[in-house]
Design a protein around this ligand. Sequence first.
Ligand SMILES: N[C@@H](CCC(=O)N[C@@H](CS)C(=O)NCC(=O)O)C(=O)O
Length: 209
Amino acid sequence: MIDLYTWTTPNGRKASIMLEEIGLPYTVHPIDINKDEQFAPAFLKVSPNNKIPAIVDGDNNFSLFESGAILMYLAEKTGKLMPKDLQARYRVIEWLMWQMGGIGPMLGQVHHFVKYNKGKAPYAEERYLKEAHRLYGVLDRRLAANEFVGGEYSIADIAIWPWVSRFEWQTVDLNAYANVKRWYTAIAKRPAVQRGYKVPKDVGEIPMP
Ligand SMILES: N[C@@H](CCC(=O)N[C@@H](CS)C(=O)NCC(=O)O)C(=O)O
């Protein structure tokens, strides 16, 4: 049994979608980051960086924070959603790192400046929107030649998809990125993704382009 500490955000949904995909039983502990629950001493024991998501694996009492590490751990534990072949595995890790270092932090800044603080910092809005569109272009070119970012559906797709699901917040028109739109729509139809999207609570349907 896995304990999952999460909230209704892209990083949180990576972990819940992964748990739904691999079919491991898990208990959800909502950490409401709008109420600063991420700073509670009990939560800091499993997530010293005071951010969600985090997990504790009841099989070995092992706790883990950082969504990319959680995806890799669960993939290795179950032998699912990560290729065995060395090069194929590192292709997936490459795109997972691209999400962790690029898509996540940059789109996070778009949410901050463009959605929540519009008009306050025009330079920041321009800078992060430009970077967002560059990243969408990179993803679109990758998906032009590959059904999923790593070839087969993998933890790299699970890491990227929840960030793309906020395309409306980012003022990004998915119709301008036909390959991303095809990939996004196909993943949105997966029952595990639909279940994982609604963890820890249902805040509405998956946005569709
Ligand atoms: N690199 C971390 C980022 C986690 C993260 O930024 N989580 C956000 C929600 S998406 C959070 O907990 N924010 C609370 C805060 O910043 O105090 C990961 O991928 O797990």
